[in-house]
Design a protein around this ligand. Structure first.
Ligand SMILES: [Ca+2]
Ligand SMILES: [Ca+2]
Length: 71
């Protein structure tokens, strides 16, 4: 079981505009801010798609949390 408070903090770091959803663009810029410039737009899209269970191309906290508890 992952730590939900730590997960929320991580989620908020990715959710640049704070609307409660992480887009591929937000994921890419968050990774760049953390110093990982290997994450391109298409890599970010693949990462989001792998976790996006309802297929809206956005990562909600529930989807983010479900993924953490799977791995
Ligand atoms: Ca957002
Ligand atoms: Ca989604």
């Amino acid at each position: 079981m992952a730590d939900i408070e730590a997960a929320r903090k991580a989620f908020e770091r990715f959710d640049g505009d704070g609307d409660g959803f992480i887009t591929a663009a937000e994921y890419k810029s968050a990774m760049a801010q953390m110093g990982d410039f290997h994450v391109t737009e298409s890599v970010a899209e693949a990462v989001i798609a792998a976790r996006d269970t309802n297929g809206d191309k956005l990562l909600s906290f529930d989807e983010f949390w479900a993924h953490l508890n799977k791995s």
